[in-house]
Design a protein around this ligand. Structure first.
Ligand code: ADP
Ligand code: MG
Length: 579
């Protein structure tokens, strides 16, 4: 990029005769193409620069952002810094101090190693680098524009500051692909959060448009770092698991008890402190929960795996987001066994609940294939269903539970199968949407809820619409929200999880075929509705059926799944081949 001799192939006689179609691209274009792989958006710049600061041994890293990172991204650290000689070389493609020999590629202990980041960024933005190596007396400032060094001068500085201005100004076409500032900021905060989660020994500060957005002083360990970001209550819902073996070391914070989530947010995997996507590791975690994880629910996990760098290849993806293990099977089995072992207690408790013999209430025991049905008795105190129970005119319908979620009801011309969770979702969804029959519970003691930065921002932005659903909230500052009221169907103990799920849902973006209100109503209804495995008593079943009947679309839950299926005697005759 910084000028290098180029072989002019077109001058050979051979090529002149045949007018070649193939050309070797000019260096600046080559660099821009390469940059496309590494620098996708402002958050990629943030990621690369912070990783360089980490590799330079810094324990303080400050990030300043203006206009979603388009105008300015500045990362300052107190690391080793660079000599002038190194600083001038650092912007060359494949310039790195981290790899020397081919073997090093399979023994990587640094975040960077390809020597691509700085040269890539330099080809798509204006850069001002100031750096001072620990032994030199004066520092160096280098200004780069369009991949070329414009100015070099002396400066006083400590550590390194890289200032990236007007990102993609040299590639207008690329700039067009950037999303709103809000989206870009979301990715930047996410990047800083992930990096901070795996480097608790570093003080991270982030300012956005001159306002301090994150400030995470050096923490004593992962526990404290998670608490700094998500708050104590969130941390208390997690179980800490540590395990060693097969040359691997594992440290996981994972959903304890049954506090599962409706989304996959807060699932993070770090291998050798590098945030990665690894479907196989995630799969091992889900496998560990097999049998106790309800359908459509997800565990929270922060999983830190340490592996001998000789047994893992990080050079698979341009941004090192993926990893290839020498022996994937061993990693999978180790994680599965460690987590399964750790959540054994939850599993035993679950199994106990499941086997417990209830004292009363199957409407027609003679019909039941389960002579000892298996559900807890506390439904009447549970959510919405038992609210405002109008016993007087409830028809008594003979019913039968099939596997917990499903009810079979005998009717005149056949029978109906009902998914009670889906049915209840439909009822609540319409209540939320229409605001009719929606009961709101004012809290005697308003509850303070600490959220992550991104969650907090989006909840504050949606305060009015959440208010329409019965969530009255106040901004308490410092990523905290005060909850003053809730829809009755929501349990107070779940409030943090629910707000955080609503936030992740909003951050993911509303599906194009739905309005914000519809999408939110469906989400909240899903939270409030009867759990699939709760058994209802006669009155509750009757109420569920009459309420469902009163909805606009009794046959479908808000997600489009069926709530009930009718099988007529004719259908049965056909099924038994009697016609
Ligand atoms: P890589 O990180 O893959 O080596 P980069 O292009 O990100 O490649 O950086 C090139 C080199 O510049 C690094 O190897 C390192 O020597 C130096 N460097 C970059 N940023 C810093 C920093 N913040 N402090 C000290 N040295 C740095
Ligand atoms: Mg780097």
């Amino acid at each position: 990029m910084l000028s290098s001799p180029r072989v002019d192939l077109t001058s050979t006689l051979f090529l002149q005769c045949f007018m070649p179609k193939i050309k070797i691209l000019p260096l600046t274009l080559r660099n821009k193409i390469a940059a496309g792989e590494v620098i996708e958006r402002p958050a990629s710049v943030v990621k690369e620069l912070i990783e360089n600061s980490i590799d330079a041994g810094s324990n303080e890293v400050s990030i300043d952002i203006l206009k979603g990172g388009r105008r300015l991204i500045r990362v300052s650290d107190n690391g080793t810094g660079m000599t002038r000689e190194d600083a001038l070389l650092a912007f060359e493609r494949h310039a790195t101090s981290k790899l020397l020999h081919e073997e090093d590629l399979f023994n990587i202990r640094t975040m960077g190693f390809r020597g691509e980041a700085l040269s890539s960024i330099a080809s798509v933005a204006k850069i001002i680098l100031t750096t001072c190596s620990r032994n030199s007396r004066s520092g160096t400032e280098i200004d780069i524009y369009d991949g070329r060094i414009k100015q070099v001068k002396d400066t006083a500085s400590v550590g390194t500051t890289v200032e990236v201005q007007d990102l993609f100004s040299t590639i207008p076409a690329r700039k067009k692909f950037l999303k709103s500032d809000r989206t870009e900021l979301y990715h930047i905060i996410d990047t800083v959060t992930r990096t901070a989660l795996s480097h608790s020994d570093i003080h991270f500060r982030l300012t956005i448009d001159n306002e301090e957005t994150m400030n995470l002083p050096r923490a004593s360990g992962l526990r404290e770092r998670i608490m700094q970001i998500y708050g104590e209550e969130f941390l208390n819902g997690l179980e800490e698991v540590q395990a060693e073996g097969s040359g691997l070391s594992l440290h996981v914070f994972i959903t304890s008890g049954e506090h599962f989530r409706k989304t996959r947010s807060h699932q993070m995997i770090f291998v050798n402190r590098r945030p990665v996507k690894d479907p196989s590791i995630a799969h091992a975690v889900y496998r560990a929960y097999e049998g106790i994880l309800p359908r459509d629910e997800h565990p929270v996990f922060f999983l830190y795996l340490e592996i001998d760098p000789g047994k893992a290849d990080f050079n698979v993806h341009p941004t090192k987001r993926e990893i290839r293990f020498a022996d994937k099977e061993i990693v999978y089995r180790f994680i599965l066994a460690s987590i399964r072992n750790a959540i054994k207690k939850t599993r035993i408790k679950y199994a106990k609940d499941f086997m417990e013999v209830p004292h009363t209430h199957t409407s027609s025991p003679s019909l039941s294939p389960y002579s000892a049905p298996v559900y807890p008795q506390d439904v009447s105190q549970s959510e919405g269903v038992s609210e405002n129970m109008e016993f007087s005119y409830m028809p008594h319908i003979p019913y039968l539970y099939l596997g917990g979620t499903f009810l079979a009801l005998a009717g005149k011309g056949g029978f109906t199968l009902i998914d009670q969770h889906a049915a209840h979702e439909r009822i609540l969804y319409e209540k939320f949407l229409k605001g009719i029959g929606l009961n709101v519970h004012r809290l005697l003691f308003p509850q303070q809820v600490k959220l992550s930065r991104n969650e907090y921002r989006i909840i504050i932005e949606h305060q009015p619409v959440l208010g329409e659903f019965g969530f009255e909230t106040d901004d308490f500052g410092h990523e905290s929200i005060i909850v003053r009221s809730l829809p009755v169907s929501i349990e107070l103990s779940d409030i943090r999880g629910i707000l955080s799920d609503i936030a992740s849902f909003l951050l993911e973006g509303i599906p194009p075929d739905k309005s914000l209100k519809e999408a939110l109503a469906a989400r909240i209804a899903c939270h409030s509705s009867v759990r699939g495995n709760k058994i209802l008593n006669q009155e509750e079943v009757s109420k569920l059926i009459t309420d469902l009947e009163k909805t606009d679309q009794p046959d479908q839950c808000p997600h489009g799944r069926p709530t009930r299926i009718f099988l007529s005697l004719d259908d049965l005759r056909k099924m038994f081949k009697r016609t």
